[in-house]
Design a protein around this ligand. Structure first.
Ligand code: C5P
Length: 311
């Protein structure tokens, strides 16, 4: 019988910024209750899944050697999860081309897991719908459902329960990539530590009403003062040099700067694309980060790249 080997599937998946990250108390399961507004932005990884005799993960691109290629990579967990669901043996070759900063607070690992879910669904011709895929995603990591979905969304629970948020037009960002990474669990632990030591009861993010209105209006000037990240003090405590990065971004003319998620990547909001180019040039000259990128959002979540667009 003639057997047809399926063609490799390539998936593009975006980074995220938390425009609002309200962190509640530590839960019994070791996670913190969140209220967060995610935006997917145009820094992306490309992930190719191909049939193979044995499982492998290869990583190329910026800082690729800092990414594990074994079972500790969330992409590996994603293969296990989908193989268990569909009955496949899970022997695939995964190639990840990093465009999302590694350990940067932009959900790079979660993005790769989401891309593997989408890629394998196509490769294995399985008929899992997006809702089921989202449940599988939530079991892999708190940010994986958003990496699947993209756009702009409000996340609650661990961040995995999502509802779409109205966002008009595009927002323009300058992204400052730091020299090192931060571990997400360590940043949450540092926040707990800072909160335990605060006698006065520290400021916490309120509901993101003003931020949601600014998004609906497509108004960057209104969005700027509403950006808020409860993890920022913890990231700054673990990496104090980020204060200089944040200051340099606003001195370069950005409307506002914020640590992205658990950091250490910083994101600077700009008026428009031209303004972002100017701010990026100025920030690159300030010598406060490893590299400077430009991005816009919202963009879609993990998507198969059609064959004809692969160059
Ligand atoms: O869900 P994920 O595996 O990405 O989370 C990594 C770690 O970040 C968790 O083990 C936990 O320490 C911390 N975290 C948290 N509260 C959340 C999400 C993540 O404390 N809502």
């Amino acid at each position: 019988m003639l057997s047809v080997v399926p063609r490799p599937v390539r998936v593009r998946v975006p980074a995220k910024i938390n425009l609002h990250l309200g962190v509640g108390d530590l839960r019994d399961d070791g996670y913190h209750q969140l209220e967060t507004v995610f935006q997917a932005v145009s820094l992306s990884d490309e992930v190719t899944v191909a049939p193979a005799d044995r499982r492998s993960i290869t990583v190329i691109g910026d800082n690729a050697n800092a990414v594990p290629t074994d079972h500790t990579n969330l992409a590996w967990t994603a293969i296990d999860a989908l193989a268990a669901m569909t009955g496949h043996r899970g022997e695939v070759a995964v190639e990840i081309t990093k465009g999302i900063p590694v350990a940067g607070g932009m959900a790079g690992g979660s993005a790769d897991a989401a891309a593997v879910l989408v890629g394998l669904t196509r490769l294995w011709r399985s008929d899992i719908d997006r809702d089921d895929l989202s449940s599988v995603a939530a079991g892999i990591g708190s940010d994986v459902p958003f990496s699947l979905r993209g756009g702009t969304a409000l996340g609650t629970g661990r961040g995995e329960h999502l509802v779409g948020v109205l966002s008009r037009g595009s927002f323009h960002w300058v992204i400052a990539v730091a020299g090192g990474g931060l571990s997400t669990p360590e940043v949450y632990r540092e926040l707990d530590h800072l909160r335990a030591g605060s006698a006065t009861g520290e400021h916490r993010a309120g509901p993101p009403d003003e931020l949601l209105q600014a998004l609906a209006a497509g108004d960057a000037r209104r969005l700027a003062p509403a950006l808020c990240n409860d993890l920022q003090p913890a990231a700054l405590s673990l990496m104090p040099t980020l204060r200089r990065t944040l200051r340099a971004g606003t001195e370069a003319g950005a409307l506002a700067g914020i640590v992205s998620g658990s950091g250490p990547t910083c994101a600077f909001l700009c008026d428009d694309a031209d303004h972002a180019v100017d701010v990026a040039a100025e920030l690159a000259g300030a010598g406060v980060c490893r590299s400077v990128r430009i991005a816009s959002g919202p963009v879609p979540g993990a998507r198969v790249v059609p064959d004809e667009t692969i160059g």
